[in-house]
Design a protein around this ligand. Structure first.
Ligand code: XMP
Length: 518
């Protein structure tokens, strides 16, 4: 358990609950999200939060049996902030009234104006007399609970901001965590300040704490770690190595589907620079052999996933007597979400991971990044001295180039793809765009087209270039390159890469597309 001041976010199922946590972590405040139906009175006292935030949610407080905050919360004596649904349940539970609809629903931009004396959570607000906020509510509070005063109002939410200062209860109808509430981050800053948070959640402090925890968990046992060269597994490996030195062995499985020079870079960095025991398993023949003639995306993914586990297991056995498997699991993978739909979701793609391995091999897990968001993992990587070029790398999928080569995979296509991708990324870096783009790559299309070069006819492959902006890969939009950039990149690729005579730029967003082509 962490030593830091802790803030508890009780989740009522809002789409943006994770953003609350991110805003708080940006303020160096440690917080955890827990679904409302898991937060009992005893959980509350064990967790011992220094403050509590009640999230928004899709249900209606007016519906019988709808979610509530635990009753013990109101006598805990710590500041509580209710947001949207959280505000409404707070009012209802403390003696106010919430009503459904009646033309007072509000979705999108609204403006809040002050109605009473200043309120500490609104410090820095209303410099221009009003403040833009983001609303998303069907219900509204029609009577505030005894003890509360109104501090802000909007045309459709007369009780946009209310508070009972003596009990440190604060309630807002809008969502301060979204970017469309420009002063929202300031509201959170004011709230954690009044709750007495010291801002003690820093990556420097976390590093020391995580190292101590790893040592205590592992003792003198051996640990194996699957290194992919991605940011998460790299940061996890360096952190664990710092904690237990050569008790850690990393296994880097090269499935022959990596980018140009990638295997060499990873091996050089971890073996030579970090002096880490590293098994470089070059299994490209095995993987490419199994993929021969396979063109169905799901069959590709499943073939790679299964072989990966077999190969990893084989090499991990060579280490002998390992008791732990290290993984770069992040906090968003761990947060238990509130599900209202209940039904199974459709599988769009079978993601490649090493799930199932620990049980199969009788290993326990070491997951030192479980409490961190991606941007915190990057900050920790910087703290550990990983090169900036490594930390800022775009994500790369487990099945590698296989899913950037729709249709059958051949070594010829992979070679062309590797070279073209390297030119494309070089172009992006030269134009200073790499860090603005969330992910960029080339894909080789399963077709040949006719062209003319010099005075001759060509019949060569076509490439698709992809570049997207995104926050978490769940949704994405294409990156708006200039036409000059696209033209210059096309020229370079066709001149420098033999076997390509046509280049497309993919402008599909996600949805309806996905980021990878398969
Ligand atoms: P899609 O194509 O689903 O990709 O829009 C979203 C993000 O996930 C990456 N991706 C994967 N990552 N194993 C991974 O580790 C996989 O099997 C996998 N498939 C897609 C993709 O590169 C993008 O960043």
């Amino acid at each position: 358990m962490t030593q830091h001041d802790r803030l508890l976010i009780i989740d009522f199922g809002s789409q943006v609950t994770q953003l609350i946590a991110r805003r708080l972590r940006e303020l160096n405040v440690y917080c955890e999200i827990h679904p409302y139906n898991r937060v009992s009175d005893s959980f509350l006292s064990d967790f011992a939060p220094k403050a509590v935030i009640l999230s928004g949610g899709p249900d209606s407080v007016t519906r019988e049996g709808s979610p509530r905050a635990p009753n013990a919360l109101w006598s805990l004596g710590v500041p509580v902030l209710g947001i949207c649904y959280g505000q409404q349940t707070m009012m209802q539970q403390l003696g106010g009234l919430v009503e459904h609809g009646h033309g007072t629903a509000e979705f999108g931009r609204a403006f809040v104006t002050p109605t009473a004396d200043s309120l500490s959570i609104l410090d820095g607000w209303f410099e221009d007399g009003r403040e833009q906020v983001w609303m998303s509510h069907g219900d509204h509070v029609s009577k505030i609970a005894p003890g509360f005063t109104v501090y802000g109002t909007s045309p459709n939410a007369p009780y946009a901001v209310t508070a009972d200062i003596s009990r440190h209860f604060y309630a807002v109808q809008f969502h301060p965590e979204v970017h469309h509430t420009p002063k929202g981050a300031k509201l959170y800053e004011n709230f954690v300040k009044l709750a007495g948070f010291k801002g003690d959640w820093t990556m420097g402090a976390y590093r020391a704490e995580a190292i101590a925890k790893i040592r205590a968990q592992v003792g003198d046992a051996k640990v194996i770690c699957g290194l992919s060269g991605g940011v998460d597994s790299s940061v996890a490996a360096v952190l664990i190595h710092e904690a237990i030195g050569d008790q850690l062995t990393c296994v880097f499985v090269d499935h022959g589907l990596l980018r140009l020079g990638e295997a060499e870079q990873v091996v050089k960095m971890f073996r030579d620079h970090y002096n880490m025991p590293l098994i470089h398993a070059d299994e490209s023949e095995l993987f490419l052999g199994a993929l021969e003639g396979v063109s169905d995306p799901e069959v590709k993914r499943k073939t790679i996933g299964k072989l990966f586990i077999d190969v990893f297991q084989k090499h991990a056995n060579e280490v002998g007597g390992a008791k732990f498997l290290a993984q770069g699991t992040l906090y968003p993978d761990v947060i238990e979400s509130v599900s209202f739909s209940g039904g199974p979701s459709v599988t769009i793609k079978s993601h490649h991971n090493v799930g199932g391995l620990p049980e199969k091999m009788g290993l326990k897990l070491v997951e030192p990044l479980r409490e961190l968001f991606k941007d915190e993992v990057r900050a920790l990587g910087r703290e550990l001295g990983l090169p900036a070029s490594f930390i800022g790398r775009h994500p790369f999928p487990g099945p590698g180039l296989a899913i950037r080569c729709p249709g059958e995979i051949t070594t010829e296509k992979l070679d062309i793809l590797r070279q073209a991708d390297a030119v494309y990324i070089d172009q992006i870096r030269k134009h200073g765009l790499y860090d603005e783009i969330w992910q960029a790559f080339a894909a080789i299309l399963p077709m040949k087209t006719v062209g003319v070069m010099g005075d001759g006819r060509t019949y060569d492959y076509a490439l698709a270039l992809r570049a997207v902006t995104s926050v978490d890969g769940m949704t994405a939009d294409y990156y708006p390159f200039s036409h000059d950039f696209l033209g210059e990149t096309m020229t370079r690729i066709i001149q420098e890469v033999k076997g390509v005579n046509r280049v497309f730029y993919d402008v599909t967003s996600k949805p309806p597309g996905t980021i990878e082509l398969e």
